[in-house]
Design a binder for this molecule. Structure first.
Ligand code: ADP
Ligand code: ASP
Ligand code: MG
Length: 410
């Protein structure tokens, strides 16, 4: 029998009405003769009683004294509450089901608490339950080390649980149900006329997700991409199929009528500090000193530009002061600009298309936005702007590339 993995995000399981929609989608997949694995997130968002942030809030006053192991245990409760609640509803509707924690579902991770990586999945138990005709509800966002310790996969990690299970079970598709119609040309909370896309490629989706589009966890896409398991990002509230994330879209789309519109989305990442270090003449070893020191202190660097007279890069705002002290201790003279934002223009068709950067600079200049730094790959152009300009920049770029009227919308 074919297997379908359905993941329901926090907002999709937040109310009885929404949970009725979840039952509807499960029933539909069963009616289509699928064996169904359901992955759930903790219910609701910050402020709601069983949301992950609310659970974290319980120990906020003492968070410095809560061990990382215990913090993972605390966070894992949200998904258990959500899964068992759904189990009771399915049983009420006489849909046979069973609940498995991440560990019970065979998700084995390393021991990096709060940001654990899946090492392997042993899907035996899930397969046995499916063979007994049960819907298997798996608590998202969590796994277990080989020593039996509970771990979590990083915020937003239920998507990763879903695609990893999809790969391990050889599912024909992983449906990520959420509170928007699909992957959109920008975050609809920022750009009012952002439009849902019919297809995006894995590469485009990885770029969007790594550069701040929180609609799907970046690692979830990487995992699906390795074995070409298709993902559909879709709305819990509707039966529309949403956005298909596969390899196919790229060639199909680029062969089609949209060659002149190579961009599919704009995304943003706030809270970034720009660091610039002047290089004294002849001090060619400065870059080695700088990047070695950052690595030794576990500071992740991004947006790196090195030239004979200057080293420029970015770090997360929270690492800015530490980075500055390290550089001062090396007798360097760093200049820091905190609270910047990285705005990314993404599209698999960007490579070799003339004029994309010209349009980006035109959009920013028209809005009086200073471009602090830029970089590009063959699928993305990144610009660094002041944090206060971020929303204006995203909207200006979305408009400049006419993203609300691309021809491959849903
Ligand atoms: P869930 O609880 O279902 O996991 P998330 O909050 O993690 O939902 O992700 C859905 C949210 O992602 C949307 O409400 C939307 O505001 C945001 N988002 C950011 N960028 C995009 C984008 N490019 N397309 C769609 N949604 C986006
Ligand atoms: N509940 C977890 C979080 O809020 C995981 C998820 O929602 O995917 O980060
Ligand atoms: Mg999410």
């Amino acid at each position: 029998m074919k297997i379908r993995v359905q993941k329901f995000g926090g907002t999709s399981v937040a109310t009885p009405e929404l949970r009725a929609r979840v039952v509807h989608h499960i029933r539909k997949a069963l009616a289509e003769d699928y064996q169904v694995v359901v992955v759930v997130s903790a219910m609701g968002r910050k402020g709601e009683p069983y949301a992950t942030d609310t659970l974290l809030g319980l120990s906020e006053a003492y968070s410095q004294s809560l061990g990382s192991r215990e913090k993972d245990l605390l966070m894992s409760c949200g998904e258990i509450i959500s899964a068992t609640t759904l189990s009771s509803i399915l049983s009420h509707h006489e849909i046979k089901n069973t609940v498995l924690t991440g560990g019970q579902a065979g998700i084995i991770t390393n021991n990096q608490h709060a940001n654990a990586q899946i090492i392997t999945i042993n899907p035996k138990r899930v397969q046995t339950e499916l063979e007994h005709g049960r819907v298997v509800i798996v608590t998202g966002f969590q796994g277990q080390t080989t020593d039996g310790e509970v771990t979590t996969l990083g915020r937003g990690g239920s998507d990763t649980s879903a695609t990893a299970l999809g790969v391990a079970l050889n599912a024909d598709c992983v449906d990520i149900f959420t509170d928007v119609e699909g992957i959109m040309t920008a975050d609809p909370r920022i750009v009012e006329d952002a439009a849902p896309l019919a297809t995006v490629t894995y590469t485009e989706m990885c770029n969007l997700a790594f550069q701040g589009a929180k609609v799907i966890h970046p690692r979830a896409v990487e995992i699906a991409m390795q074995t070409n398991v298709p993902i559909r990002v879709r709305s819990t509230l509707s039966d529309d199929l949403g956005t298909l994330v596969t390899n196919m879209g790229e060639t199909d789309r680029l062969a089609g009528e949209v060659k002149d519109l190579p961009i599919i989305g704009i995304t943003q990442m706030p809270n970034v500090t720009q660091i610039k270090i002047p290089v004294r003449q002849g001090h060619f070893d400065s870059q080695l000193l700088v990047f070695k020191a950052m690595a030794e202190h576990g500071i992740s660097v991004d947006f790196i530009n090195v030239n004979p007279s200057e080293i420029a890069y970015t770090v997360n705002d929270h690492a800015g002061e530490q980075a500055k002290q390290i550089l001062l201790d090396l007798n360097l003279e760093p200049e820091l600009l905190p609270n910047c934002a990285k705005v990314s223009t993404v599209g698999a068709g960007i490579a070799g298309v003339p004029g994309v950067m010209a349009k980006i600079t035109e959009a920013l200049t028209e809005e009086d936005i200073q471009l602090l730094q830029s970089a590009d790959s063959h699928t993305t152009i990144w610009v660094l702007v002041k944090g206060e300009d971020m929303i204006k920049a995203v909207r200006a770029l979305h408009q400049k590339f006419d993203l609300h009227q691309l021809s491959y919308h849903i």
